[in-house]
Design a binder for this molecule. Structure first.
Ligand SMILES: NC(=O)c1ccc[n+]([C@@H]2O[C@H](COP(=O)([O-])OP(=O)(O)OC[C@H]3O[C@@H](n4cnc5c(N)ncnc54)[C@H](O)[C@@H]3O)[C@@H](O)[C@H]2O)c1
Length: 395
């Protein structure tokens, strides 16, 4: 792993919570920036499993990536795999992961299946010697997630999990602003993300699904990326809409939360709040790319910064401080960030030896927060967390 993974937790917290006590520029935020140099290199053979909705967004991005050779697709609904193979000129398609792993050789598995399937399929791929890019959540249990990381390390393989929010220029700007001490002593963060819920697949509403791993996961990644790993979690979750109608199963009982509020203790006095749900009217519907609200806010005793739009499709950052009390809209350049770029980026990293800014340890920490939030709801108690991660590397 890179030098950034050796940054101690206390350094991470000092870089954020205590940044205001340091002079501007005195803080080094992580290791040197991750660059995206287009070095000519070998192509990584990629297989994608799960040919549903999100594969329609992943596959064009992978097909356009200079470092990817799309070898195979797989879905337990075989006609979906066949259709995507035809559409994207992918030579092999399979109805089961066993056939895929035993079939045409590939190096990187891209897992875009149902959330409940991720841990099992990720493990099977690692056991078969494949690197893994997983949609969120990377794991469904903490022990299972820890085992995935240990298995990858033992086998000399890599695993990464969505989302890629720390790779946006707006995230980098917010991290640099915090590290520069512009906000003074940082006190609190807030983030929210919701819509009326997907209507195509039941798994979003079944045990192991829910609004946290589908939506809150973005905000949790952003806030822990900016404020440091959480030490403990208190949460309330609920089911607001007990029955739903979805394309693949008709009317279903909702058995996982569709409404969640989490409080995170980041240490050093910093507390943050994430709210997410599948019962949020949103004038932009499921497509939040036109969102203009502040969906992430960080406040300190001398300043505040707010992200315009969602962290997966950020538009700008508004900043106000004692020295510049009226809001300034900054970081308006979208760069080349798009939320669906993760699998292509890790393929490029595998080909070139670069290191992406997101880490498996951060993804696992966010999985632990969501699992702990469910424990907190079930027990009424605050849950202490075990995992940690190094700060994301930003430009
Ligand atoms: N749809 C989106 O806009 C979107 C955006 C970002 C992330 N995601 C994430 O992507 C993942 C998939 O979501 P989706 O909306 O594409 O769901 P989906 O239901 O449209 O697609 C999932 C596909 O996986 C297949 N599948 C399930 N279990 C499998 C198995 N064991 N082996 C092979 N195939 C299997 C299903 O048959 C289905 O075709 C989820 O983790 C979701 O949170 C979705």
């Amino acid at each position: 792993m890179t030098s950034s993974t050796n940054v101690a937790r206390r350094d991470f917290l000092r870089q954020t919570a205590l940044a205001g006590t340091l002079a501007a520029g005195a803080v080094t935020w992580g290791a040197p920036s991750w660059t995206v140099a287009e070095t000519p290199g070998r192509k990584i053979k990629v297989g994608l499993i799960g040919c549903g909705s999100v594969s329609n967004i992943y596959l064009p991005h992978l097909a356009d990536c200079a470092h990817v050779e799309l070898v195979s697709v797989c879905d337990i609904i075989p006609e979906r795999a066949q259709r995507q193979a035809q559409r994207f000129h992918i030579p092999h398609h399979y109805p089961h992961i066993d056939h895929m792993l035993a079939g045409a050789p590939f190096e990187l598995l891209v897992n875009t299946t149902d959330m409940q399937e991720h841990e099992r399929l990720n493990r099977q791929a690692l056991e078969a010697g494949r690197h893994v890019w997983s949609e969120k959540p990377m794991a469904n249990t903490l022990a299972g997630g820890q085992e995935l990381l240990a298995l990858a390390a033992r086998r000399g393989l890599r695993i990464w999990g969505a989302p890629t929010v720390v790779n946006s220029p707006q995230f980098a700007f917010m991290a640099r602003t915090l590290a520069a001490g512009t906000l003074g002593r940082v006190a609190a963060g807030h983030a929210d993300y919701g819509h009326q819920g997907p209507n195509w697949s039941a798994f979003f509403y079944e045990r192991g699904g829910g609004s946290m791993p589908d939506l809150g996961v973005y905000n949790l990644t952003t806030l822990t990326g900016l404020l440091g790993p959480a030490r403990s979690v208190v949460a309330m979750t609920s089911i607001v809409t007990p029955t739903r109608t979805v394309d693949n199963k008709g009317e279903i009982q909702v058995t996982e939360e569709d409404n969640a509020m989490l409080l995170l203790d980041h240490g050093g006095g910093v507390i943050s709040h994430v709210q997410c749900g599948f019962n949020y009217f949103n004038p932009h519907g499921h497509d939040g790319s036109e969102e203009e609200r502040h969906t992430i806010k960080i406040v300190g005793h001398q300043g505040t910064l707010s992200l315009v739009g969602y962290d997966w499709a950020p538009r700008a950052v508004d900043v106000a401080s004692e020295s510049q009390p009226s809001y300034q809209r900054l970081a308006t350049d979208p760069g080349d960030y798009v939320w669906e770029q993760g699998a292509s980026l890790v393929a490029r990293c595998l080909a070139t030896g670069e290191e992406p800014p997101f880490t498996a340890e951060h993804a696992l920490h966010v999985c632990e927060i969501m699992i702990a939030a469910r424990q907190s709801q079930a027990t009424g108690r605050r849950v202490t967390l075990q995992t940690t991660f190094a700060p994301p590397r930003v430009a």
